[in-house]
Design a protein around this ligand. Structure first.
Ligand SMILES: NC(=O)c1ccc[n+]([C@@H]2O[C@H](COP(=O)([O-])OP(=O)(O)OC[C@H]3O[C@@H](n4cnc5c(N)ncnc54)[C@H](OP(=O)(O)O)[C@@H]3O)[C@@H](O)[C@H]2O)c1
Length: 270
């Protein structure tokens, strides 16, 4: 809670959380930390679809009313009477669902928007960008959160050139439709954090500036664990954000090393 409040006091106004078990009690922590300044912050949270009885988590039928039930649970955990943006979670969620199932959930979320419980409806995607492109193309979503960083990676997978191409098509279409675009994996889920090495201290800011070059992106959601990371990232954002030749060279050499690491090589490519 202290870190969230520290982030707020340092100027951060966008907070990302989820109902998903992978986010632990982050909703309650964020909700409490910003309760007295609720209208000054933008909170994104998610609904999450995962059929635990199936090995691949796929739903044959998405339970009716489940999205609304989760919106209500999110509101309770956040101790708020509204959510700024609600996303259909990428994984588990969009990855395991068909486009038609996502649109059924979308229909429920729109009802929540009509009731004033949520302001904007979106979805997130790690690597299933063919589905993401279909969802964007419906022009029914307000925003999308896409894996977009220097390292071609989503959650547990690296991108093939085709996946990067599809992700870029998502960006172009979402921009064309004037949707909100949020980038995740900006620091390669920590792989571009620099691991505390002195010679790599410029790495996180180079990775942030890489994504900032793209003016179609409205928001960067960056995971931060310590006040030092919060301060360093704010310094990058308020400083000169031009992507430099030094940034380019540093990212090229580090990502070549990261991608040739034996553990990274074991990640599946899609
Ligand atoms: N919608 C979705 O499906 C979805 C999926 C994934 C993530 N997200 C959201 O996106 C957020 C970011 O997650 P991500 O996976 O995209 O990771 P990321 O932002 O690419 O990387 C985050 C990690 O980078 C490191 N870091 C951040 N600032 C740093 C700095 N200044 N110096 C050194 N290291 C720094 C931290 O690593 P250490 O922990 O090692 O310090 C941090 O945990 C999550 O918290 C979540 O809210 C959403």
């Amino acid at each position: 809670m202290k870190l969230v409040r520290h982030a707020y006091d340092s100027g951060i106004r966008y907070f990302d959380t989820s109902i998903s078990f992978t986010y632990s009690d982050s909703q309650a922590i964020i909700g409490k930390a910003v309760q007295d300044v609720r209208d000054n912050v933008f909170i994104t949270t998610k609904v999450d679809f995962w059929d635990i009885s199936k090995p691949d988590g796929r739903f044959t039928k998405v339970p009716r009313g489940e999205a609304i039930r989760q919106v209500e649970m999110n509101l309770k955990e956040l101790e708020s009477d509204y959510i700024d943006a609600i996303l259909i979670h990428g994984t588990p969620g969009v990855e395991q669902m068909t486009v038609e199932q996502c649109m059924e959930v979308h229909g429920e979320l729109v009802k929540a928007r009509d009731k004033g419980l949520v302001r904007f409806v979106g979805f997130s995607a790690h690597h299933y960008f063919d589905k993401a492109l279909a969802l964007i193309s419906t022009n029914e979503f307000d925003l999308c959160m896409l894996a977009y960083g220097y390292l071609p990676r989503g959650n547990s997978r690296l991108f093939s050139p085709r996946t990067t191409e599809l992700r870029n098509a998502c960006l172009a279409k979402a921009d064309d439709l004037q949707m909100g675009i949020v980038a995740m994996k900006v620091l390669g889920a920590g792989m571009l954090g620099g691991s505390g090495k002195k010679e790599l201290e410029g790495l996180p800011s180079a990775a942030i500036r890489y994504v900032l070059q793209d003016e179609r992106v409205h928001m960067l959601t960056i995971g931060m664990r310590t006040p030092v990371e919060v301060e360093a990232n704010i310094k990058t954002l308020v400083g000169d954000t031009n992507y430099t030749n030094e940034d380019r060279a540093l990212l090229a050499s580090v990502s070549a090393a990261v991608l040739s690491d034996e553990n990274v090589k074991k990640m599946s490519v899609e």
